[in-house]
Write a protein that binds this ligand. Structure first.
Ligand code: BMA
Length: 341
């Protein structure tokens, strides 16, 4: 039994590969040795799938995928998988409807996250709302996808819901930004009783003095509830003379007040090192969007976009990840406070 408990439903199965004996890792994570799991031109008219999210469903897996079309515009595509590794995609992008069943398509849609809260699955993505902002939709059957009102004003990106209500409210992380390739950004959270009215905005954590996340950060996979707090895999960005570098970071947020950061790892957990992370449409990007996790074994699988071109899979054990974050803990006052000024 793991030392730290993952307080979430146990999936019937999940992809896994033991750490290769000869792997030299500077972190508690290791990569699937058959990465990338999704290659280029995966769907007719779609050049690349990356930055995508998956979830267990009916004994198998489903996912929402950022598919960049051959005209350069991204939409969300739906996929199914028996093993979480090999995916069958629907050829058509997801057709969103409004609450009356009328077509309600975004102008573009990228970086989707997929989170189940109670009996409903929610998709959050970056949408066109007179500028980049957060789109939100719900489904119960992965057949009808009903778009809700955009929760936040532009400009905003990297929204992800917590997988349960906290103190009676839905809670969503997001990263307020600007209209371009935002050179700044901290993670905030907002609460809502109904997914319509949002408030109680709090600062969660900012970019840090650590070089790998000194430019901006953004929420990644839905936080995993553990006995130590919410385990958050997020992305941290550094600006180099050759452009941005996106790495995966780890933090643990307070369970009842998740704007309080209990621990924050001063080092990245995964940084671009493999060819499919360093080389692609946008090189040097590891961008986490989802996890699968199993409390019986303590196993965690992380799905991440690689170089804006592929999807990669990385693995780790909850005990090793949390211990590593604690051992490398470095929080600032703006992380550990409640986050209101
Ligand atoms: C961000 C987002 C991500 C992308 C990253 C690197 O601004 O657009 O979708 O992976 O840039 O290009």
């Amino acid at each position: 039994m793991p030392k730290y408990q993952i307080l979430a439903p146990v999936p019937e199965k999940m992809p896994w590969q033991d750490k290769p004996a000869d792997e030299v890792c500077n972190s508690p994570l290791w990569r699937y040795n058959e990465n990338p799991i999704i290659n280029r031109n995966p769907i007719p008219g779609v050049a690349r799938i990356f930055n995508s999210a998956v979830i267990p469903y009916e004994g198998a897996f489903v996912g929402v995928f950022r598919g960049e079309q051959t005209n350069g515009v991204s939409f969300i595509y739906f996929g199914r998988s028996q093993d979480g590794i090999h995916w069958d995609f629907e050829k058509d992008k997801i057709q969103f409807v409004d609450e009356n069943g009328k077509p309600f398509m975004p102008g573009y849609a990228y970086d989707p996250r997929l989170v189940k809260v109670e009996d409903t699955y929610y998709i959050m993505w970056c949408t066109d709302f007179y500028g980049a902002a957060i789109g939100l939709a719900k489904t119960k059957d992965f057949k009808t996808f009903t778009r809700l009102d955009n929760p936040f004003l532009p400009f905003n990106r990297n929204a992800v819901l917590f997988p349960r209500k906290i103190n009676g409210n839905f809670v969503m992380l997001s990263r307020p930004s600007d209209s371009g390739h935002t050179p700044f950004g901290d993670i905030f959270l907002s609460e809502s009783p109904d997914l319509v009215y949002w408030g109680k905005h709090r600062h969660v954590m900012g970019r840090s003095w650590e070089w790998w996340e000194s430019l901006k950060i953004g929420g990644g996979a839905a936080p995993i509830e553990t006995s130590e707090g919410w385990l958050l895999f997020y992305h941290g960005v550094s600006g180099t003379c050759n452009g941005y570098v996106y790495s995966i970071g780890g933090a643990i947020l307070d369970r009842d007040n998740p704007s309080i950061v209990k621990y924050r790892c001063d080092s990245w957990l995964l940084t671009p090192e493999k060819w499919y992370e360093e080389r692609g449409f946008v090189g040097n990007v590891c961008f986490p969007c989802a996890t699968l996790h199993d409390n019986n074994t303590g196993r965690i699988a992380i799905y991440y976009g690689a170089a804006d071109s592929y999807v990669g899979l990385a693995f780790g054990y909850v005990d090793e990840i949390i211990d590593y974050i604690k051992e490398h803990n470095r929080t600032s006052d703006s992380d550990t406070e409640i986050g209101i000024k």
